[in-house]
Ligand binder design. Sequence first.
Ligand SMILES: [Zn+2]
Length: 251
Amino acid sequence: MAVTALYALQNGFLGFERSGLFYGERSAERVPVPVACYLVKTASGTILFDTGVSPRAVAGLLRHDPLARFEDADLLVHRLDALGLEPGDVDVVVLSHLHFDHAGGAEMFPKSELVVQKDEYAAALYPAPFLESFYYRKNFDLPSYRWRHLDGDTELAPGVTVLRTEGHTPGHQSLLVELPSAGPVILAGDCCYWQEHIDAERVPGVVWSPAAALHSIKRLKTLARLLHGRIFPGHDPLFWKTVKQAPEFYR
Ligand SMILES: [Zn+2]
């Protein structure tokens, strides 16, 4: 197996309403949720899954969101530095989708291949009005960069497979990472915000198509069951306390 390590990189915390987390929920109660990126090392190169928020956005987030928390160490560039890596050492950046808390750091990777679903890119440029506030055009309107637009599931490297999981957004994708000892891990991104979205099949409150989102949650659960793997939810504060954080890693 060609994957050698999986690192969880914390990129701070944002406040989020429960009505945004769970479809159909009316509660405006706000809770802090982690912003996560992951680094995958393989025999053939280094792959980053998601890039967190833009460093330029941090000051505004801290000003307007009382639950936002960003330490200096949370900046993606510092998380990479702590692993002895520069942005230029990342060969491939997989963006689950182009919301500001996932695509915010894409700008740091002018030399890397940026992997996104074709219709996610189109939807981000011309978003549905009810999703508009989550897309910051500056994050992804980078025409001189090396974009690779996928259309569906794609094997990126031995043991690293993009899984299309639309619903939260029109072209959301998750990443299956097959680790030699820890076994298969599916990085769900926003397909599954919390463990509760997996267990109780709850659709995210921020959603482009609730029906598609539900089918994608079920698809990841089926794959995890058949592969004897685990799903890592995207924004779960309880899960985040249990995950091995970089510089520790899964192998
Ligand atoms: Zn999102």
